[in-house]
Ligand binder design. Structure first.
Ligand SMILES: Cc1cc2nc3c(=O)[nH]c(=O)nc-3n(C[C@H](O)[C@H](O)[C@H](O)COP(=O)(O)O)c2cc1C
Length: 172
């Protein structure tokens, strides 16, 4: 698929079938994240791939709302940045997540970014802390988000060129 077609077709998918996503497909998606640009090429991103159903269910409760789809997805990638390695860990991890979303789309895999950074669970505990405990992640790794992945069981209309809001472009 052409890149612009992928950009149009990629939508947040929050309902998935029971189908597995193959290891080979997951590797292609992760490869896109691993090859994304990083400031000064410091590569601070750490990718935690989760396929175990019980762990996915636990991750879906890491924050108070907006993470429920993780319980039903085929796999999730929790993206952390090594804050000791680069002060641009948020930017670097965000780009990696965007690259993975497009790679997933190309593979026919639906994805949804789940915000974890700055979010809390119902008791007010930091969602990042919950994810760190569930996945045994060291303190120096700071989370940006979780990418839920799975075969779509919902059809979301692609974006069209008309959806682009050109008032956001300022010519000076
Ligand atoms: C930084 C970021 C955080 C997001 N967090 C969530 C989230 O926690 N839960 C969720 O269901 N969707 C989340 N989304 C998906 C957005 O709601 C979605 O991208 C937006 O509504 C536009 O829809 P589209 O992705 O289909 O184009 C997030 C997207 C981004 C970029």
């Amino acid at each position: 698929m052409e890149l612009m077609e992928l950009i149009m077709k990629r939508r947040s998918i929050r309902r998935y079938t029971d189908a597995e996503v193959s290891e080979q497909t997951l590797k292609l998606i992760l490869q896109a994240g691993l090859l994304a640009p990083t400031s000064r090429n410091l590569k601070p991103c750490e990718f935690y791939l989760v396929r175990d159903r019980e762990t996915l269910k636990r991750l879906s409760g890491a924050k108070s709302a907006g993470a429920g789809m993780i319980a039903d997805c085929a796999a999730a990638v929790a993206v952390f940045g090594d804050a000791e390695k680069a002060d641009t860990w948020v930017e670097d991890c965000s780009i990696a997540m965007a690259f993975m979303m497009l790679a997933a789309e190309e593979q026919g895999v639906g994805s949804c970014w789940v915000q974890i950074h700055f979010r809390t669970d119902a008791s007010g505990k930091e969602a990042e802390e919950n994810v760190r405990e569930i996945l045994s992640v060291p303190e120096k790794h700071r989370i940006v988000g979780i990418l839920a992945l799975g075969t779509p069981s919902e059809a979301v209309a692609p974006h069209s060129p008309e959806d682009a809001d050109w008032s956001k472009v300022h010519r000076t």
